[in-house]
Design a protein around this ligand. Sequence first.
Ligand code: FPP
Length: 246
Amino acid sequence: MSPKDQGTDETGRRGPRHVAIIMDGNGRWAQARGRPRLFGHHAGAKRVREIVEACPDLGVEYLTIFAFSTENWKRTQVEVAGLMSLFRRYITKEARALRDEGVRVRFIGDRVRLDDKLIRLMDELEEMTAGNARVHLTIALNYGGRDEVARATKRLAQDVADGRLDPASVDEETLPKYLDTFVLPDPDLVIRTSGEARISNFLLWQSAYAEYEFIDTLWPDFSPDIFAGLVRSYGARDRRFGGVKA
Ligand code: FPP
């Protein structure tokens, strides 16, 4: 990368094209108000729309949000059922607005453990927004980075076994084609709210060169202004992709 490109990515843009968010802190936000954890998840769901709407003006084309991880099944049955019901309700309620605002919605993660009604709603939302391109919103649901790589590897191995893929040709470009995110660019910026500095199995392969922002704000308090601040401070950074500063 030449000196004039410092602070830009490989294509010369300044801001992050793809932002991924680990929306953490709903439970603590509710607890602080003496309310059940699901109250926090509902408050968190309301934030999603505002952040999606802020993307075009900030030059963010892709937004990927972590809604439910492969590890989240370990939560109480009440919380898991409440979250699943929230996802169904969210999709039903927001579908039209998302379509009309030019948002293309995709889901990543393993659908096997999700209920049929939720899967149907996910399929319908993907279909009805398939012609949009103003913002690409990807919702990670029953998603885990290791699980995704394992599922991808299984399909890759099957292609080798069936003679469709030559093992000698496998390189860094091969595996991403089998990942759930195969149509998405890698994230440039990963944000985690609530003060925890962990990536919790989110987009492990894809975030190899991402910048990270760990901020103390709990997800239900995450505002478009905070989002804009993080996006702008990203633009001031110097990404070298493993190279050296000239
Ligand atoms: C983490 O907070 C949050 C989740 C596991 C769920 C994220 C879900 C939403 C924001 C709701 C809606 C999303 C969509 C797409 C409708 P936590 O429960 O781990 O909080 P804690 O760390 O304070 O306990």
